[in-house]
Ligand binder design. Structure first.
Ligand code: NAD
Ligand code: GLY
Length: 364
């Protein structure tokens, strides 16, 4: 088992990574303030893994309830959040009840937000089962839901007590979902870890084939990168750089997800196309060479990811991007690349250049 720490003072917590962790109740028990918990999952993941997690906890004397939600990005909504609150109230859950999120990033974000707001805040544990959730969304305490007008627009920062990444769950993850997770892995290389980017270039086929050792290494290195960034700028308030860098490709990508309807593009796919747009804009600003942009595109293609954006029209992109959380005082702050391995936040890109970058990356 690999162990990392997210250092946030009294809200610090461990990330445990390895095979077979779901059945090790003792790993969770030390993080439960009371012997009462609710496992919240979805209709795809629950039949696969809920009982593996629940049985040893029950055997250890934990009073457990479960809530199983519909599966899909379109359910990251107020309505689904309310289903969680209904379940918690029906079970008479009190403030010492721990919520356990078992699933991908959608479940993690929903359950984290429910934990942040139920009775003004209850403890929660992340048990991520998708690659994307194991390398990104389960770490760092961003929780929330989508609004029809904008992705992740309603939410809260609420840190988990523990992240338990059971790598053997990735065996049942569909290949398209594995690729979506690789987009966020590649992101870390692009924004702050050039040696990791080079390692990814050498190992992409092993990762796509689901090689255990390669995946475990990529998950640990991704989590280490994320934990370092979050420890320095937990609430994304740094004036430059900081946690916002983790959103490389996301402003463009969120426009694709919202514009196409939640669930049409996977989050990681939209981020992949968005990272190519960010690279193209960085080239136009003179920071990246043509060869650098080609290198980004090649790696994403080898991961099985799209490098062309959805054809929404550049004006629609700009309109949707205007709702981004990185808009400050009406100015859009984009994450761009000063060079491969070094991300920057940049609020001075001319709209015409942004439009040109989008149009270069969106063809019928
Ligand atoms: P997801 O939660 O929809 O999971 C992808 C699909 O895989 C779903 O159908 C899910 O049921 C299924 N699945 C999950 N684990 C499985 C397994 N082991 N075996 C079989 N099927 C499995 O999507 P995701 O890619 O995990 O997460 C995307 C979400 O995460 C988006 O809503 C995005 O906004 C959010 N996100 C949040 C953060 C954050 O910091 N909070 C960061 C990145 C992304
Ligand atoms: N995925 C972006 C962040 O956690 O800040």
């Amino acid at each position: 088992m690999r162990r990392l720490n997210v250092s946030l003072g009294e809200r610090s917590y461990p990330i445990l990574i390895g095979p077979g962790l779901l059945a090790q109740a003792e790993l969770l028990l030390t993080h439960l303030p009371a012997r009462r918990a609710v496992i919240i999952s979805n209709r795809t993941v629950a039949p696969l893994y809920l009982e593996t997690l629940a049985a040893p906890l029950r055997a250890a004397g934990v009073k457990l309830a479960q809530i199983v939600l519909p599966d899909g990005e379109q359910y990251k909504s107020w309505e689904t959040l309310n289903l969680i609150f209904d379940g918690l109230l029906c079970e008479h859950c009190d403030r010492s009840t721990t919520l356990i999120a078992l699933g991908g990033g959608v479940i993690g974000d929903l359950v984290g937000f429910a934990a942040a707001t139920y009775q003004r805040g209850v403890p929660f544990i992340q048990v991520p089962t998708s690659l994307l959730a194991q390398v990104d969304s389960s770490v760092g305490g961003k929780t929330g839901i989508n609004h029809p007008r904008g992705k992740n627009m309603i939410g809260a920062f609420w840190q988990p007590r523990l992240v338990l990444a059971a790598t053997d769950t990735l065996k049942t993850l569909p290949p398209r979902e594995l690729a979506a997770g690789l987009a966020e892995v590649i992101k870390y290389g692009l924004i702050r870890d050039l040696p990791f980017l080079e390692w990814l270039e050498d190992n992409m086929e092993s990762l796509c084939a689901g090689d255990d050792a390669a995946l475990a290494y990529a998950i640990e290195r991704s989590c280490r990168n994320k934990a370092e960034v979050v420890a320095e700028d937990e609430h994304e308030t740094a004036r430059e750089g900081g946690r916002a860098l983790l959103n490389l490709g996301h402003t463009f990508g969120h426009a694709i997800e919202t514009g196409m309807g939640y669930g049409a593009w996977l989050h990681g796919e939209a981020v992949a196309a968005g990272m190519v747009m960010a690279a193209e804009l960085s080239r136009r600003l003179g920071w990246l060479a043509d060869a650098d942009v080609s290198r980004v595109r090649r790696l994403l293609l080898r991961a099985g990811l799209p490098v062309q954006g959805a054809v929404l029209g550049a004006q629609r992109y700009l309109e949707l991007m205007g709702h981004d959380k990185k808009v400050i005082d009406g100015r859009l702050r984009l994450v761009l690349l000063r060079r491969l391995g070094e991300g920057v936040t940049w609020a001075d890109a001319a709209p015409a250049e942004i439009v040109a970058a989008i149009e270069t990356c969106c063809h019928d």
